[in-house]
Design a protein around this ligand. Sequence first.
Ligand SMILES: Cc1cc2nc3c(=O)[nH]c(=O)nc-3n(C[C@H](O)[C@H](O)[C@H](O)COP(=O)(O)OP(=O)(O)OC[C@H]3O[C@@H](n4cnc5c(N)ncnc54)[C@H](O)[C@@H]3O)c2cc1C
Length: 459
Amino acid sequence: MPPVVIIGGGVSGLSAAYYLAKGGVSATLIESRPRLGGVIQTEHVEGCTIEAGPDSFLSIKPAALDLIRDLGLAGDVIGSNDRIRKTYVRRNGKLVALPDGLMMMVPTKIMPLLTTGLIGWGTKLRMGLELLRAPKPRDEDESVAEFIDEHYGAEAVDYLAEPLLSGIYGGNPSHLSVRSVLPRFVELSTRYGSLTRGVLAERAKAGTKNAAPAPLFQTLKGGLGQMVDAVTASLQGKMEVRQARAQCIERAGTGFRIRMEDGWLEAAQVVVACEAHSGALLLPALDARVAELLGTVPYSSSMTVALGFDAADFARPPAGFGFLVPKKERRRLIACTWIGTKFPNRVPEGKIVARCFLGGMEDAGILQESDEAILAAVTAELHEIAGFHAVPRFSRIFRWPRSMAQYTVGHPRRLAELESRAAAIPGLYLAGNAYQGIGIPDCIRMGRAAAEKILRMSA
Ligand SMILES: Cc1cc2nc3c(=O)[nH]c(=O)nc-3n(C[C@H](O)[C@H](O)[C@H](O)COP(=O)(O)OP(=O)(O)OC[C@H]3O[C@@H](n4cnc5c(N)ncnc54)[C@H](O)[C@@H]3O)c2cc1C
C-alpha cells in the first residue's frame, strides 16, 4: 500500500487519520506540537473541566457526533443546559439579556423584542418592518455588517451581529463574508426577502415549532480532549505519529516528497490539514498559486483565560451562561462563559469558573503580554462588568496565535479557485478550518472527506 502522509494533528488531521485507519489504510501523521488535538485541549484543575480552546460543537451538524459514535463515546455526550440558557450583552455599562426567540441576530418573537432594553425603538420598528421586505436576488458577496444593516439597521450590527461573531470568529462583521459565515441567511433573504419570515417559515415546514429542541451545543463529559484521546488511542499500532514540522512538499514521480528537519519523506498522497498560513509555506514548489491563495486567508489570534473562584465569595451566583461585550463597549474582554452553568458536571459544588475570551482581529497584541498583566486586566474587567469582587483561587491562560481562519468578503471565490486548483493535483487534499467551516463538525467532515477520497483511490 503506498504511504499517505497527513500534515497537522488538529481535529481535521485526526479525523482524516481515524477514517483512513478504519478503512485499513495506514499513514504517517505529522504534528509539530508535542501533543495532538491542535486547538482542542482539555485540562482538569481542582475538579473542574477546563477547555483551553473550543468547549462544544453545534449539534445540528452531524460529523462530530458521527465520529464520537464511531469512537464508542456516544454515552458520554452531554448537551448545554438550554433550559436555563440566557446570554447577556453589555449595553451602556449594564448587562442586558439577549431577547428570547433570537436566532443568531434574527428576531422571531414579538414580546421579548418589544420589551428588551438591548436595542432602541428605532431598531425595533425596523425589525418589524423587515417582515415586509420583498425577495431580492443577491449575486455578489458582501460583508455581514452590510447584510445585517440592510435588514435590521446599524444598531443590530453593533449589539447583536458584532458581539455574536466576535465571540465565534474573533472577527469583525465589516470584513466577514456573509455568504461564508451566514449562508443560510443569504438563502432566506433571497427566497423570502425577510429573514424573520424566512426563519419562521422554515421552522414551520420542519414542524419544530412545538417540539423540544435538541441542545444547541454538545460536548463530552470529560471535555473535548476525550475525543482527541480516543482518536489517538484508536490509531495506536495502525499509524505512525511523528512530532516534527513539515517544511515543504515537492512532486516526486507520481507522488510527493516532504522535507523534514532530518531528511525527506516519500508519500503517494498527502493531506494538508494544518492552518492555511502553514500550508502556504509548504506548497509553493507544488503550486505557487495555491500557496499564494492559502497565504491570503487571514487568521485571528485569540486567548482564553479560565478563572476559578470559591462560590462562597459571591453574594449571588452569576446570571446566565455568560455575557458578550460589543466592540462599542469593549476594552479587552470579548466574552465570558460561566462554565458550570453552561454544561452539567463541569465544575464541582462550591466553585465558580469563568472562561474569558480575548484577542481577536482587533487585539492580537494581548497574546504578547505577560500572564500577570493579563490576569490583572481580565479580573478587573470581570469585576466591573459582572459586579462582584471575588478573587480568583486559580487561573489558566491559553494563547492561540493565528488559529481561527477569517472568511473575509470574497472567500467563496477564493475557495472555489483553491478547490479547483488543488483538485488538479492528484493525491493532494486540503482539510482544515480555512475552507468550508471553522467549527469542529466542519473540520471533522473535511478530514473525513479527504480520507474517503484516498480510500476510494486505494480500493
Ligand atoms: C479559542 C477557540 C475556541 C473555539 N471554540 C469553538 C467551539 O466552541 N466550537 C467549535 O466548533 N469550534 C470552535 N473553535 C474552532 C475550532 O476549534 C477549530 O476551527 C478547529 O478545531 C480547527 O481544527 P484544525 O485541525 O483544522 O486546525 P488546528 O487545530 O489549528 O490544527 C492544525 C495543526 O497543524 C499543526 N501544524 C501546522 N503546521 C504544521 C507543519 N508544517 N507540520 C506539522 N504540523 C503542523 C499545528 O501545530 C496544529 O496542531 C474554536 C477555536 C479556538 C481557537
